[in-house]
Design a protein around this ligand. Structure first.
Ligand SMILES: [Zn+2]
Length: 196
């Protein structure tokens, strides 16, 4: 089932999300719904707060990035078919010299900006079977994971922009929270009061 994606301005996007355990109700169904919602919106990642749930879970499938001709063959291979569920994730370390990449977010349609992040991460997490993993990622894979990880920490990519950029984007962000945009997927807007 496709779930509405929560738009910028909703307080759920600002919460530090909570760990879950394997007893979390209907977890399989939720994961399936998150995949369906993400693919429908042509995203490469989706975090639970973006479907209104302040829990530490996100999904990533970087396959669409593998077509990028600017990448090396090795990078393309790494991205192609990289599909994972991250539960109770914790970034243990970030390292390297920060690099810029133009990021977007399904909760913030039509806005893309360069965001500076460190290139390498070490992350521990549980997969959908609650098996623990500790892995190292770099490049675009790390980038997508960092973006989704920020969501479970209540952080959005627009928070990482310069104060000038933030000022320039302010009215566009307000429009999004008021639902004054069109997205080609279902969204839920915080500032639209229920009618009737
Ligand atoms: Zn996002």
């Amino acid at each position: 089932m496709i779930l509405p994606i929560v738009a910028y301005g909703d307080p759920v996007l600002r919460k530090v999300a909570k760990d879950i355990d394997s007893e979390y109700p209907k977890l399989d169904e939720l994961i399936n719904n998150m995949w369906e919602t993400m693919y429908n919106a042509h995203g490469v990642g989706l975090a639970a707060p973006q479907v209104g749930l302040p829990i530490r879970m996100f999904v990533v499938d970087t396959t669409p990035f593998a077509d990028d001709e600017d990448l090396t063959e090795e990078e393309q291979k790494q991205l192609d078919g990289f599909k994972k569920v991250f539960i109770n994730a914790k970034i243990e370390a970030e390292s390297g010299k920060e690099w810029d990449f133009s990021e977007g977010c399904l909760s913030i349609p039509d806005i893309r900006e360069d965001v500076s992040r460190k290139p390498e991460i070490v992350i521990s997490y549980l997969d959908e079977d609650f098996k623990p993993h500790k892995e190292t990622y770099d490049g675009l894979l790390a980038r997508v994971i960092q973006h989704e990880y920020d969501h479970i920490e209540g952080i959005l990519f627009t928070d990482k922009l310069s104060s000038l950029k933030k000022r320039l984007l302010k009215s566009r962000l307000e429009k999004i929270s008021k639902g004054k945009i069109t997205a080609d997927y279902k969204m839920r807007f915080p500032d639209i009061k229920k009618r009737r």
